[in-house]
Design a protein around this ligand. Structure first.
Ligand SMILES: Nc1nc2c(c(=O)[nH]1)N[C@H]1C(S)=C(S)[C@@H](COP(=O)(O)OP(=O)(O)OC[C@H]3O[C@@H](n4cnc5c(=O)[nH]c(N)nc54)[C@H](O)[C@@H]3O)O[C@H]1N2
Ligand SMILES: Nc1nc2c(c(=O)[nH]1)N[C@H]1C(S)=C(S)[C@@H](COP(=O)(O)OP(=O)(O)OC[C@H]3O[C@@H](n4cnc5c(=O)[nH]c(N)nc54)[C@H](O)[C@@H]3O)O[C@H]1N2
Ligand code: SF4
Ligand SMILES: [Mo]
Length: 754
């Protein structure tokens, strides 16, 4: 008799974190099924459903392997025991730390939105901090920093989540959840069914964009101009929430015309003599402290003690009104009439909700684009408001990343921190240009070792040739992964490969699912469904074992992962056993106060929503979300280039899984039939994409659901299908270090066989 067990769990493979039921037959992982009782459990994608193939895959790494062959040549892997592998790693790391200092050891960690690395991520960061390494190569600068941290410059919070149940209009801006976040996409579809309006800003009419009330086919990289134009239409028609902006934003703060700083003065009756920002009080006809004004002006131009000043909002309004829909059409390719339609929906259904992700996070102007979006959607009072974007309460977990373990002097050495102090480096995250320079040229100091937990920078970040040279130059490179197949080009340069258990073969904690209020309050422990293949171990286990060998057990809960988990859970009052007894998760009763800023203010330096950012100004950056254009197509390179995620894969992963590979066996490039015709390209042709930096080969897919003049290629492939080769590493966003994976220029031509 076959024994069948059904275990409530969740799929950890991507941001959707879909609640699921694991079906185990005779101890084997037979399949996973949706768990409709779970807040994220209504559907599963093909990657999740491939769980049995992933868990039992013959190409999985099953034992530690050490390189015996020359780098760049045949690696000639030789198996060794875990003890020998960990001792080897600890010895080599110690040697680098002794010779060059611990900053010479960098870490690299895969994306938590497109892998399950979140299971062990805090322990990996803790290991870096305890070891004294201030340098973690992470994906945030090309993924979510802008969505969350650039937004924070404006609102003091991340983007939040659309209030799916109440929103009457939603903008999906450079975000295609039906392919990348099914639980989100499913909520959008449900909201649409009850009448919610949908606007999609995307050069492709893909997924939900196909059902949008208005589709804005933006030329990649020009989103900032579009956001300003929409704001200009709202402001020009007076369709914004002036009461909110006057009371809760720094829009009324007076900005000096001469130097662009805020006008400050001592409020009357203030004994302390501390200067505060001044506003123009229309009731009194003079400038007074922001807290004292009866009728602060948002618009106008004023002389205050002979200094010409304008409210910050006036300057912002001027910037937006300069961007007429017609001018925006010329820059973005979106017809002016459609921009007007979208603006109408935005005001008629205020406060509109929005979500913007990877489509607007990969370019040299993305910090200001995210600022432009955050301000646009705040104009109608949507911040944390019912029907707008909500900040749902999350379970209170202890942060185990151990930032306090890294000495301030060592933290100050994070690569790129001096150049971009507001960017990801402030949290210890480095970018490829800075890291590769330190590896290749020892500038500003040498980086000689790398501990990589997943991640495939050669496939997912620009200029793999430079990346290959950098990784190949290291004294010691440890790579821990599930696979080291031919698509994992980075791992091929490692000195030591460690086999990692997949999410189905190890435990993991999800402390709040991102979706709605209920999901956000849910905490769930995922038990291993099956044992790992061979000797594969979890990332957390590897981090604890390395810590012990490096003499860091004291900073690692005595080397006991169970003690670590208990520490993380302590603020919730739950124990690991509580969670194990409730495998479907526990919903915490967390108080929810919409628009809590009314009591607490915004978590910004001024306590207000910052339309005008003095923080950016102090860094020599525009204090308003000024638009800077991406490369201009023309001449030899007449097309604009972008890419998008494909359903069967996460980035460079899963090419070894036959059931997924069969769905998309090679890189494609999508282009409009008119664009294709102009290039002499037909449906199904093999084509070459060429940019000023390099070339790739792909299969042409013609689609009228594409903006004209734009090509959208798949990425994450190795070899001649590699998109990364099209992009240079010589330009970045000045605040965040984001890299221009999108918005570059290119040309497409057919490759004739033979
Ligand atoms: N299947 C699958 N799911 C995933 C992942 C995966 O690799 N595969 N990765 C996970 C991760 S790490 C992330 S970050 C999320 C990201 O999720 P998404 O943000 O949805 O990811 P993308 O497909 O990269 O980009 C979204 C949309 O932006 C459009 N776009 C491209 N260029 C531009 C532009 O310049 N402007 C605008 N407005 N739109 C543009 C694309 O056509 C695409 O439809 O997905 C997560 N989920
Ligand atoms: N052209 C272009 N490039 C892009 C993007 C794009 O839209 N277009 N998107 C960017 C984005 S949003 C992101 S987030 C990055 C992603 O960049 P990466 O993080 O480099 O993404 P992956 O290619 O998914 O590499 C993940 C690796 O980690 C391994 N892995 C998976 N799970 C685990 C685990 O639990 N533990 C360990 N140790 N290893 C694991 C996988 O097998 C794989 O080898 O790519 C960026 N690159
Ligand atoms: S969308 Fe797919 S891969 Fe992502 S969590 Fe859900 S089932 Fe897993
Ligand atoms: Mo990402």
């Amino acid at each position: 008799m076959a024994m069948t067990e059904r275990i409530r769990s969740y799929c950890a493979l991507c941001i959707s974190r879909c609640g699921c039921i694991i079906v185990r037959e005779n101890g084997r992982l037979a399949r996973i099924e949706p768990d409709p009782a779970h807040p994220t459990g209504r559907s599963l994608c093909v990657k999740g459903r491939a769980a049995p193939e992933l868990a039992g895959h013959p190409a999985r790494l099953t034992q530690p392997l050490r390189r015996t062959g020359r780098k760049g040549g045949d690696p000639l892997w030789q198996p060794l025991s875990w003890d020998a592998a960990l001792d080897l790693a600890a010895g080599r790391l110690q040697k680098i730390a002794d010779e060059f200092g611990p900053q010479a050891i960098a870490f690299s960690v895969a994306t938590p939105s497109g892998t399950a690395v979140a299971d062990g991520m805090a322990w990996l960061f803790r290991l870096a901090n305890a070891l004294g390494s201030p340098n973690v190569l992470f994906t945030t600068h090309v993924c979510n920093w802008h969505r969350d941290q650039a937004t924070r410059l404006t609102t003091g919070a991340d983007i939040g989540m659309p209030d799916f149940e109440r929103a009457s209009c939603l903008f999906l801006w450079g975000f295609n959840p039906s392919a990348t976040w099914p639980a989100f996409g499913e909520r959008v579809a449900a909201a649409r069914a009850r009448g919610m309006k949908l606007v999609a800003v995307d050069p492709r009419r893909a997924g939900l964009a196909g059902k949008a009330d208005v589709w804005l086919p933006v030329r990649p990289g020009t989103d900032g101009a579009l956001a300003l134009a929409l704001a200009g239409l709202l402001i020009g028609a007076g369709r914004f929430d002036a009461g909110f902006l006057t009371r809760y934003s720094n829009g009324p703060f007076l900005v000096r015309d001469d130097d662009g700083t805020l006008l400050r003065g001592v409020e009357s009756g203030q004994e302390s003599g501390i200067e505060t920002p001044l506003v123009w009080d229309e009731a009194l006809g003079r400038a007074v402290g922001a807290g004292q004004a009866q009728a602060p002006a948002l618009r106008g131009s004023y002389l205050c003690d002979k200094v010409a000043c304008r409210p910050a909002f006036e300057r912002y309004a001027a910037l937006c009104l300069e961007m007429s829909p017609e001018r925006a059409e010329a820059l973005t390719g979106v017809p002016a009439g459609r921009i007007r339609q979208a603006a109408d929906l935005l005001c008629e259904h205020a406060p509109a909700a929005y979500y913007a992700w990877a489509g607007v996070n990969q370019g040299c102007n993305v910090t200001q684009t995210s600022r432009a979006l955050a301000i646009l959607f705040a104009l109608t009072g949507g911040f944390d408001a019912p029907g707008g974007n909500r900040q749902w309460p999350k379970p209170p977990l202890a942060d185990a990343a151990g930032r306090e373990l890294l000495a301030p002097g060592q933290r100050a050495r994070t690569l790129g921190l001096r150049e971009r102090p507001l960017g990801p480096a402030a949290a210890g995250f480095v970018t490829e240009p800075d890291l590769y320079r330190a590896m290749l040229a020892g500038d500003p100091y040498p980086v000689r070792g790398l501990l990589s937990f997943g991640s495939n920078p050669l496939a997912t970040r620009p200029d793999p040739a430079r990346g290959r040279a950098a990784l190949g130059s290291l004294d010691f490179y440890l790579h821990a992964d599930l696979f080291a197949d031919e698509n994992q080009e980075s791992a091929a340069l490692a000195d030591l490969l460690l086999p990692v258990a997949s999410a189905w073969e190890r435990g993991g904690l999800c402390g709040g699912f991102q979706l709605d209020r209920q999901a956000s309050a849910t905490i769930q422990w995922r038990e291993a469904a099956v044992p790992p293949p061979g000797e594969a171990r979890s990332d957390a286990w590897i981090a604890f074992e390395l810590a012990k060998r490096l003499g860091l057990a004291g900073q690692f809960f005595g080397g006991d992962p169970a003690a670590g988990l208990a520490h993380v859970l302590a603020p919730t009052g739950l124990t690991p056993d509580d969670l194990r007894r409730r495998p479907g998760g526990i919903e915490l009763a967390l108080p929810d106060t919409p628009q809590a800023y009314r009591q607490r203010g915004f978590a910004t330096p001024s306590g207000r929503l910052e339309i005008y950012s003095e923080t950016l100004l102090a860094q020599g950056q525009p204090p308003l979300p000024e638009y800077s254009p991406p490369a201009e197509p023309g001449g030899e390179y007449p097309l604009t280039l972008t890419s998008a995620k494909a359903v069967p894969y996460c980035h460079s992963q899963f090419r070894a899984i036959d059931g997924l590979r069969a769905r998309l066996p090679e890189a494609r490039v999508q282009l409009h039939p008119a664009t294709a015709a102009a290039c002499g390209v037909g449906e199904g042709d093999r084509v070459e994409l060429r940019s000023p930096q390099g070339w790739m080969l792909a299969r042409a897919r013609l689609s009228a659901a594409m903006a004209e003049g734009v090509v959208c290629a798949d990425y994450g492939w190795a070899g001649e299908g590699s998109y990364a080769r099209l992009i240079a590493l010589d330009a970045m966003d000045p605040v965040s270090g984001s890299l221009p994976l999108r918005g570059g220029v290119c040309v497409v031509r057919p490759v004739r066989p033979g």
